[in-house]
Structures are given as C-alpha cells and as structure tokens.
Design a protein around this ligand. Structure first.
Ligand SMILES: Nc1nc2c(ncn2[C@@H]2O[C@H](COP(=O)(O)OP(=O)(O)O)[C@@H](O)[C@H]2O)c(=O)[nH]1
Ligand SMILES: [Mg+2]
Length: 384
C-alpha cells in the first residue's frame, strides 16, 4: 500500500484550480440527546464507559463546567445553580466523538467514606479533574486535593490528575501566574511530604467566561485518546501540503479539539475556530436541508468557508459524524482550493482508517467477549 504521506498533493503542484465544489449540508437538530441505533447497542453498558471525574470543594465550579462545556449553557446561567447532592453521571457519548462519561461528584461528600464504593468510582476512571476556586482561599482545597489524589492513585495508578485553577476571570495576568505557581508548588510539596513523588499533576488556568475551559478540557481529553500521535501526524501532513497555517480536529458538539497540528496553539485561533462552528451550526439549523425522516445533523457535504477582512480564510469540513476539521489559512494560499479539497479527502480517508481499527476491536469483543472494552479506540480494562 502506498504510504499516506505520498497521497497528499503539495499545494504548489498545480497552477490553478476551480475549487469550491461542495455545498453546505444540513446540520439540523444538532445537539445532545439524539439516540440512534448505534448508541442503543451501547447504552446498556454506559456504566463501563471510561470516565472523567470532576471533583473539588463545594461551589468551586464543577457543575458549571459540566453545563457550559457539554450542555451549551451560557456562563451567566450558572450563577444560580443548585448545589449538587449526588453524583451526576453525564453520558455524553450519544452525540459526541468523545465517548466518555463525565461524573460530577458533590464537594461535601467524603467519597472515601465506607458508604461509597470507591473502587468502582476510580477503577474505570481515565482522568480526575480537581477544580480549585482561585477567587477563594485555597488551603482547604489543597488538603482535599492531596487526600483525593493519593487515595485515588492507590486504587488506580493509571488515573491522570488534572488541576483546574478555576474562576481566573477576575484575576490579572500577574495574579494568574502567581496563583498557578503557588498552587503548583504547594500541591507538589504536599505530595512529596506524603511520600508520593511519582504522581504527576497538570495545571490549567480556567474560566467558564472564556474559551480557557474548553481548551483545558481538550487537553484532558487528548491524553485519553491513544491515536493522538497519528492524528497529529496526519494534521501535520495536511497543513504542510496545503499551505494551511493551523488546523484543529473538533468534536463538534462540545467544541473540544481532539487533536491539532504540532505548531503552538494560540488562544485567539482556537476561539476563532470555535466561533466558526457556532456560526455554521446556527446557519444550518435555520437553513439546513431536511431529509424526509433522517435528521442528518452533519453529513459529508457539511462544509463552510469564511473569508475574514484581514486576508485570513477559515475552512471547515465534516470528517465524520462527530468530527469537523477547521483550518486557518492565508487568502493567497486559498487560491488553490482544489488541492486543499483533494488533500482533505485523503485526510478524511486516513482518519476513517484509523478509527476502523476501533470498529474491528469492538466487533471482536462482541464475538469472543474479551475482558476489555474498546470505545472510540480507547481501550479500558473493565471494572469487574
Ligand atoms: N467568576 C466565575 N464564577 C464561576 C466560574 N465557574 C463557576 N462559577 C460560579 O461559581 C458558583 C458555583 O458553581 P457550581 O458549579 O454550582 O459549583 P459546584 O458546587 O462545584 O458544582 C456559581 O455561582 C457559578 O456561577 C468561573 O469560571 N468564573
Ligand atoms: Mg455542583
């Protein structure tokens, strides 16, 4: 078989091209809650899906994060959220590529109390996000962080620990850096004191009032996607051959990017691409075509091009049911749109092949009932 990199056409290989040969498809009824056949099959096993836990003290912002990132609630609406009294299990895999459950664990409950089956909570857990309210005193939060991390690590050493230093919208840039430094230092010192040098904590400055929460969540999710290096590689090939500056592979519903090329991400480009997804979804919801019974939120004709007045072009194309490629490029490079379209098709095909492996593993699992579960290519050991 020909290596994939040879399939891409370099963007200077042809002089000119007509391009523009696709139209905007329908994004109707896009959102959570649609159950299709594919999901019905897995719905019963939802408890076994890899999970991301949200933990932290009361009022640190856990429920708000879950609502804003996965339910399109606007940040202001979280002001009066009732405090959560039980574990809220949010299965976001119905309409999303991100096949995870996000569990919001109430802050005032001690989960290491014998009443709770902690083994069950932490065994199938991929990542534990600990939310610290940066606007508040964080001594208590750090104690709780330490206790949570050390105990969870004992139960499941595979868990990735992610600390969100949250509500930083009211802090100046200097204060942000200072609180990140301070929290980082203290949290790691506490771990060393407790004899856990080996645990690695990652820190993020987040707020629901800007895109930082989506970016942080993207990075958390990326760590749980085993195909990430392959996806990054494909994106690198795509952009270098097509004269694209930056490309993101988005989970459309959550606006989490599951991969990007290896050039550094700047917040502005990410925001621009998020906004583009919103625009495209809104327009499709209003003007999208509706097939008779099928509400195809996102089909292989879904695409959009937006030209900005600063000689930048935004280019969006559907990759599969859940994923969209969003690219930023300069207008002069967009003249060869045909090559970009062609390269995109190569890219899409390669992505499909990557995820076919997952389908095969799923199939083999149902056939011979192996002891691990594979979801979107993410293999997890089953709890029991
Ligand atoms: N300023 C600011 N307030 C936030 C942010 N995230 C959450 N909040 C507020 O914090 C309060 C507590 O949030 P909630 O999600 O109920 O906290 P939980 O108890 O951890 O689930 C709410 O009034 C939210 O509006 C943020 O990023 N910035
Ligand atoms: Mg809550």
């Amino acid at each position: 078989m020909e290596p994939i990199e040879n399939l891409f056409l370099p963007h200077n290989s042809y002089e000119d091209d007509a391009g523009g040969d696709f139209m905007v498809g329908s994004f109707q009824d896009f959102g959570y809650g649609t159950v299709d056949q594919e999901n019905e099959a897995t719905a019963s096993s939802s408890d076994e899906k890899p999970r991301i836990l949200l933990m932290g003290l009361r009022r640190s912002g856990k429920s708000s994060i879950q609502k804003v990132v996965f339910h399109k609630v606007s940040p202001n609406e979280t002001l009066f959220l009732e405090s959560t009294n039980k574990i809220v299990k949010d299965d976001i895999s119905n309409s999303s590529f991100v096949q995870f459950q996000v569990w919001d664990l109430p802050g005032h409950i001690d989960f290491f109390d014998t009443l709770f089956d902690v083994d069950k909570i932490f065994r199938g857990c991929g990542a534990l996000i600990f939310v610290i309210d940066a606007q508040d005193e964080y001594v208590e939060a750090l104690d709780k962080l330490n206790m949570t991390v050390t105990r969870a690590h004992k139960i499941n050493p595979e868990i990735k620990f992610e600390v969100f230093i949250h509500k930083v919208d009211s802090l100046s840039d200097d204060q942000k850096i200072e609180s990140q430094r301070d929290i980082h230092q203290r949290a790691n010192d506490d771990l060393v004191d407790a004899g856990f040098e080996g645990i690695y904590l990652s820190f993020y400055l987040t707020s629901i009032y800007d895109h930082s929460i989506f970016e942080a969540f993207s990075k958390v999710v990326q760590k749980l996607i085993p195909q990430l290096p392959t996806l990054e590689n494909l994106l690198n090939m795509l952009i270098s051959n097509s004269g694209i500056e930056k490309a993101f592979l988005f989970d459309v519903v959550s606006k989490i990017y599951i991969a990007t090329d290896s050039s550094p991400v700047d917040m502005q480009s990410y925001e621009l691409c998020c906004d583009m997804i919103d625009v495209v979804l809104d327009i499709s919801c209003i003007y999208g075509l509706q097939d008779d019974n099928e509400l195809n939120a996102f089909d292989d004709e879904s695409a959009s091009i937006i030209k900005l007045n600063n000689t930048t072009v935004l280019y969006l194309r559907e990759v599969n049911r859940y994923l969209a490629l969003v690219c930023i490029l300069r207008e002069d490079n967009f003249i060869k749109q045909g090559i970009i379209n062609y390269n995109f098709l190569c890219f899409r095909k390669a992505i499909q092949e990557v995820f076919e492996v997952r389908q095969k593993m799923l199939a083999s699992k149902t056939e011979n009932g192996t002891d691990h579960q594979v979801l979107n290519g993410i293999a997890v050991n089953k709890d029991e």
